[in-house]
Write a protein that binds this ligand. Structure first.
Ligand code: NAD
Length: 469
């Protein structure tokens, strides 16, 4: 781990294993509460140093980091593939986004600004000059999940540094090596001492120490809704962004291009073995085209090839652990026991679950209501846009939703009535571009990521008023 300006080993360590075959990928420290404490103390110093940098200097450091990342994307991709078990092609896609994400963060950090405030619009404001200025928060704690171990770490670290903060990164326990790789490259790019700390280990152990500490001004968390809730319980008075779970719906209306929807579902439901917060989990299909859609989707899903993440032929890898695979298998089995039809997939071998399609799924079932985080999609027939919107909204979550139609009125209704943070017309909810504001409503979270939004949420606004002397 990297704490207080040094690469260190904690007293306890553990092996990081590829979930496909349990081969050892590396060894990582299991930091303790003392290490978390030291990381925050060092970050307080780092925050002072970061605040003293000009926007130009911060942006230059991040642009250098982007250049360095560009030279090592293949190495990064292989590490991601091995740690998470995702197919190499997907890992390459993730790694390739990092340099641009750093550059966008640099640009947004350099654009941070306030505005003049017309205080003279109030009776007591005549003759005064007022404006706002933005300044860094100070110490940002960045806690991230396993499923996009580079992208979701960098969506926090990039904007945090761009905005002039110091950051304590706590990556997922399953994927510490990718975060350490990113830390090393950022350090090579030249940041002030202590601007970045990376503590690896158990979230249950380190999380409360990092989140409750009053020297931390901002927590940026991506992970499950359960842990997000726990963070709000211990955090106290500080800024918090939460990017949490979901069970994203995709609506298919009768006029949709069914081949296009089938392709989008076969990608959107199974990328990273369905372990994506915006993966397609529920497909609500107009009755008129339901049968045709099942016919088009099934062969595409059956064509997904499971295998070792580094095998170029593999299009679907394992989920993160055998325990998780057993959980996913159980949810599929329960859905079948409750009357759903398993058209294909669902069998498990180790941590690999064969990609599954379930039809005629009662929307009250767990597979439609909870977050699955596995390679299965639940299809439910609907009577039309009204029922589809009602079911889309009948969820504790609200991260992403997609609609396929060429009917403008339905698209407009969908955009204005569905309560999700990301609304995709003629795409699956899986679509994301890194600069866009990204974050959920309802149980899916609070706040937005995307460099522009994150810079805003990682800065404080002050109002300055000049009175006549
Ligand atoms: P998780 O909640 O188990 O863990 C996320 C992080 O929180 C890890 O670093 C973990 O060590 C840490 N943690 C655990 N207990 C903690 C505690 N008490 N206090 C503070 N931190 C603690 O999630 P996961 O299994 O790694 O990832 C899957 C989840 O992440 C899914 O629910 C998924 O939807 C969600 N996710 C959301 C988004 C989004 O943008 N909304 C993106 C990706 C993943």
């Amino acid at each position: 781990m990297y704490v207080a300006g040094e690469w260190r080993r904690a007293a306890r360590e553990e092996e990081v294993r590829n979930p496909y075959d349990s081969d050892v990928v590396g060894v990582a420290s299991l930091a303790g509460v003392d290490d978390a404490e030291l990381a925050i103390s060092a970050a307080v110093d780092g925050a002072r140093a970061m605040r003293a940098l000009s926007a130009f200097e911060r942006a230059e450091a991040l642009r250098r980091a982007a250049d360095l990342m560009e030279q090592s994307t293949e190495e990064l991709a292989r590490l991601i593939a091995l740690e998470v078990g995702k197919p190499l092609a997907e890992a390459r896609g993730e790694a390739a986004r990092i340099p641009a994400l750093l550059r966008t963060s640099a640009a947004e950090g350099a654009r941070m600004h306030g505005e003049t405030v017309p205080v003279d619009a109030a009776a007591n404001g005549a003759g005064k000059l007022a404006f706002t200025i933005r300044q860094p928060c100070g110490v940002v704690v960045a806690i991230s999940p396993f499923n996009y171990p580079a992208l979701l770490v960098m969506h926090k670290i990039g904007p945090a540094l761009a905005a002039g903060n110091a950051v304590v990164s706590k990556p997922a326990r399953q994927t510490p090596l990718t975060a350490l790789f990113l830390t090393r490259v950022l350090l090579e790019a030249g940041l002030p001492d202590n601007a970045i700390q990376c503590v690896t280990g158990s979230g249950a152990e380190l999380g409360p120490a990092l989140c409750a500490d009053p020297r931390v001004r901002k927590i940026s968390f991506t992970g499950s809704t359960a842990v997000g809730r726990e963070i709000t319980r211990v955090a106290g008075v500080k800024r918090i962004s939460l990017e949490l779970g979901a069970n994203c719906p995709l609506i298919v209306l009768p006029d949709a291009n069914l081949d296009m929807v089938a392709q989008a579902t076969a990608a959107g439901g199974y990328v990273n073995a369905g372990q994506v917060c915006i993966s397609v989990q529920r497909v609500l299909v107009a009755r008129e085209v339901y049968g045709d859609f099942v016919e088009r989707l099934t062969p595409l899903v059956e064509g997904l090839r499971t295998g070792h993440p580094l095998d170029e032929q593999t299009s679907l890898g394992p989920v993160i652990s055998e325990t998780e695979a057993m959980r996913v298998e159980g949810v599929i089995r329960d859905a079948v026991a409750a009357g759903a039809t398993l058209v294909t997939g669902g069998e498990r071998e180790g941590a690999v679950v064969a990609p599954a399609v379930l039809t005629d799924v009662d929307p009250a079932l767990d597979i439609s209501r909870s977050e699955l985080f596995g390679p299965a999609v639940a299809l439910t027939p609907v009577s039309g846009i009204d029922e589809a919107i009602q079911l889309a909204n009948d969820s504790d979550y609200g991260l992403g939703a997609g609609l396929f139609t060429s009917d403008l009125d339905s698209a407009l209704r969908f955009a204005s009535e569905v309560d999700c943070g990301s609304i995709q017309i003629n795409s699956s909810p899986l679509w994301r571009s890194d600069p866009m504001p990204y974050g959920g409503l309802k149980g899916s979270g609070i706040g937005k990521e995307g460099p522009r939004s994150a810079v805003e949420e990682m800065t404080e606004l002050k109002t300055v008023v000049f009175h006549r002397g």
